[in-house]
Design a protein around this ligand. Structure first.
Ligand SMILES: [Zn+2]
Length: 274
């Protein structure tokens, strides 16, 4: 007897977004996300909150001003706030102690602003190597996202949480939308980017249209990155009978599986026989 994971509610599709740097453009993106019931994770540099800066990107001067610290809890309410280090260094070039400081200090600062344990992270500029991954294991960070993408809907494996590859950057999103919405099979569509990039290309109407098409579907689970982590971790923690005929869910959330062609909900603390 074999069973396979479904998303909460017995769904086959999950969507999650991940945006970096705490730029003021996040506020406009969040309005679009909230209007469409879409959730995401926002990776913030606590050392720069409230600061003003500009970037040159593709020949355009782009505002890189940051959300003020006292506004973080309200702006990102209903979404996940995650670590992006205090000062956005290249972690690969830093000594161990400074890597740990950049992560733990950012965690502490953000936790003081939002009032819950901050467990997620995105590596600054996606720069990571095996040493940096290994250092994360002592920080309380449970997943960390890079910038490499898969261009598919693969669900993260437990060995790769500290090197999470998204499906796509938002500039690569369009070709994935139709297959995500219309093809069968378990899927996670995970998208990353920077909200200032919509100013950079002056194309806010593209993401407005894309999120309007992706939002509002009964058969899609809209989740922050940490919700995806927690759910998959609960699934991976199921205690399963030797012959697969029953499963015990020791976690605090319902887990949904498909067995013998049927959908089953295994409630928190409950046992289901298939
Ligand atoms: Zn960044």
């Amino acid at each position: 007897m074999h069973f396979s994971m479904l998303w909460p509610g017995g769904r086959e599709k999950a969507l999650t977004l991940s945006y970096d740097d705490a730029v003021l453009q996040d506020i406009r993106l969040l309005e679009i996300m909230n209007a469409n019931g879409i959730k995401g994770t926002f990776n913030l540099n606590s050392g720069y909150l409230g600061g003003k800066a500009t970037l040159i990107r593709e020949g355009h001067l782009v505002q890189h001003n940051k959300v003020a610290p006292e506004e973080i809890a309200e702006v990102y309410k209903g979404h996940e706030v995650a670590v992006h280090t205090v000062t956005h260094p290249n972690l690969v070039d830093l000594p161990d102690a400074q890597v740990l400081y950049e992560v733990l200090e950012d965690r502490k600062n953000l936790e003081n602003l939002v009032g819950y344990p901050v467990r997620g992270m995105a590596y600054p500029s996606g720069r990571v190597d095996q040493r940096v991954v290994d250092l994360m294991k002592g920080t309380g960070i449970v997943f960390a996202r890079g910038v490499d993408t898969t261009k598919n809907f693969a669900v993260p494996k437990k060995e790769t949480w500290l090197n999470w590859r998204c499906s796509c950057h938002h500039w690569e999103l369009e070709p994935l939308i139709d297959p995500f919405l219309h093809e069968n099979g378990l899927k996670l569509l995970s998208v990353w980017g920077h909200a200032y990039e919509f100013d950079q290309r002056d194309d806010w109407e593209v993401i407005e249209d894309q999120l309007a098409r992706l939002g509002g579907h009964e058969d899609v689970w809209y989740a922050a990155n940490i919700d995806v982590f927690d759910y998959i971790t609960a699934y991976n923690s199921l205690d399963v009978a030797v012959d697969g005929s029953s499963a015990y869910n020791r976690s605090s959330v319902s887990v949904w599986v498909r067995a013998k062609g049927k959908k089953y909900e295994i409630p928190a603390g409950g046992v289901v026989r298939f």
